[in-house]
Design a protein around this ligand. Structure first.
Ligand code: SF4
Ligand code: SF4
Length: 289
């Protein structure tokens, strides 16, 4: 609770809810730089203010940020390496921060007027809704996941849907802007073509066999199947990726993959078997000769 007075001592605590197996195991990426910026602004505005930052290790990996970190240290901001063990408030709303300094091995105790927590970044409500509505893939941390982190960092498994910014994980503003530009150029490139090349091996439903049981609809990760008003499964050709999962779920064997039907596959296997027999026969003829 605020008493409305300008605080004399401000303590910032880094990695609250981040880099912990009990909370978010990942680094939230921006908090170190943001805390340093806030510390600098406070010292500029209130030079007498005591500003202390508790940290595990400072991660200032972006361009120019390491130099910025050195500047802040020289600006009389106290940096204490160590995890805060206890934060208490007395009846007069005075805050007490107790922590172990891993550099000096001492237990520190600081009375603070204000404590600022650098809390971990989580996927937004909008990101979670997009995952649900569009049937997009999410990673173990709940953020959207791309097809390939190095080669296709903006593409999702759904054609025409690209990701950028914090939807794919914690990012600072410059990184968010560059991923947004990349996603926009990917979308523009797609729209610049008169035709879209679509994979031919996609699911098709035999309407005479389908009973509309919804099983295929439930297992399709790409949300490519819906059940029509007539109770028949329908495949969205643009969404289907030909993964074949729906085929094994269908109790009526009503689904197959176009150009990859059982009989086509069996014919292919037969063909391979026959060509092996032919070549071994040729070999044995050569030896006999
Ligand atoms: S699982 Fe088979 S029977 Fe059930 S809705 Fe899908 S295609 Fe129709
Ligand atoms: S083949 Fe895969 S992507 Fe296509 S409808 Fe079946 S489960 Fe969905």
């Amino acid at each position: 609770m605020s008493d409305g007075k300008t605080p004399k001592t401000v303590v910032m605590i880094q990695c609250v809810g981040s880099r912990s197996l009990k909370a978010n195991p990942y680094c939230s990426f921006v908090c170190c730089s943001v805390a340093l910026k806030n510390a600098q602004l406070l010292k500029q505005e209130y030079p007498e203010m005591d500003v202390i930052i508790y940290y595990i290790d400072i991660r200032t990996t972006d361009k120019g940020n390491e130099e910025y970190y050195r500047t802040i240290r020289e600006a009389d901001v106290r940096m204490i390496r160590g995890k805060v063990g206890e934060l208490t408030e007395d009846d007069d709303h005075n805050l007490m921060v107790r922590a172990y300094s891993s550099l000096t091995g001492e237990l520190t105790k600081i009375k603070a007027d204000m404590v600022v927590l650098s809390t971990g970044m989580n996927p937004s409500k909008g990101t979670m809704e997009a995952i649900e509505v569009l049937g997009l893939a999410k990673g173990p941390n709940g953020f959207l996941t791309e097809i390939h982190g190095c080669l296709k960092p903006q593409e999702t498994k759904n054609i025409g849907i690209y990701i950028c910014g914090c939807a794919a994980g914690p990012k600072n503003i410059p990184y968010s802007v560059s991923t947004a530009l990349a996603a926009a150029s990917k979308a523009a490139a797609l729209l610049s073509h008169k035709t879209i090349i679509q994979e031919l091996i996609i699911a098709e439903v035999d309407e005479t066999l389908c009973s509309g049981c919804h099983r295929c609809e439930k297992v399709c990760e790409y949300k490519a199947i819906s059940i029509s008003d007539d109770g028949i499964a329908q495949v969205d050709d643009l969404k289907c990726k030909g993964c074949g999962v729906c085929i094994s779920s269908c109790p009526a064997r009503a689904i197959d993959l176009k150009y990859y039907r059982d009989r086509q596959f069996e014919a292919e296997l037969k063909g391979i078997g026959q060509s092996e027999i032919d070549s071994s026969q040729k070999e044995s003829t050569k030896i006999e000769n």
